[in-house]
Design a protein around this ligand. Sequence first.
Ligand SMILES: C[S@@+](CC[C@H](N)C(=O)[O-])C[C@H]1O[C@@H](n2cnc3c(N)ncnc32)[C@H](O)[C@@H]1O
Length: 311
Amino acid sequence: MTTAAESEAWAVYGAPPPVLAPVPPRARQVSPLIPDASSLEDLAEASLDRMTVLAPPGALERRYVLAQALRALKPGGALVALAPKDRGGSRLRGELQSLGCAVAEEARRHHRICTARAPGDAAAIASALTGGGVRWREVGLGEAGFWTQPGVFSWDRPDPGTTLLAAHLPALAGRGADFGCGAGLLARAVLAQPGVAELELVDIDARAIALARRNVDDERARFRQADLRRASGGARLDFVVMNPPFHLAGVEDRGLGEAFIAAAAAALRPGGVCLLVANVSLPYERALETCFARLGQVVRRDGFKVLEAVK
Ligand SMILES: C[S@@+](CC[C@H](N)C(=O)[O-])C[C@H]1O[C@@H](n2cnc3c(N)ncnc32)[C@H](O)[C@@H]1O
């Protein structure tokens, strides 16, 4: 039987702890970090009765998500936004007020939970949407600029680890993948090599995949939003490149890098090569030695190391 709450038009962003902000199971998921979610931007204007947002940690990204929520709510519709106090929660009330809302705030379990009602202030909402939206940056790797968006990994400048790996790529050939491709800067460096026949760009973040599609204009490229912790293998690729994550949605998780390494080992053919860049403090060697036949260090510089593992 459908409850009254479930029959309301309700959207949810992320996975708020149910004990703090319960959401009906049929609420529409709109976080870009959850494969198969709907797009936040595609929510029709003034279409929702309620929206619950586990607000992301980056300030521009958080204001953008709150503004999208207010845009999508019907006048009088309720927005419940929450975040851990030290990851943006303590700023939520002020941010919602600056978007033109009266706000009720509660503190529970190290979170701040704010309730506001649409519509908010149209000009402030429009400015937050612009501030957190897709934009062009002039400086990427080398000469070329790139499309980016606050919230996507290293959105405002090329990552130094990525830059180091791109500068030390060996000759690559055949079919490969870029695991955790972000906006596609590393993939562009890989595709500069004529021997590469096909490159699959994989990321859990739908925004990253959308940006990579714009940044990587190459018919050898394929794009896939997927969670590499659930990768199924295939053992057919000649190479995998990666700058593995150790954070997701602002939460540190070192197991992520190890899951990426296991996914690469499963995807590569015997003799296939995995090229990985990481902060020198991250001990990925053990996981690489477990999954691969040979391991070597290509370069170590400025706090980063590039490792090459052969299956
Ligand atoms: C360190 S960034 C590297 C991005 C890009 N390759 C670069 O070098 O600029 C890691 C990427 O992995 C993605 N990611 C995190 N967890 C993931 C998962 N479970 N499955 C797939 N991608 C994931 C993140 O969204 C992020 O774009």
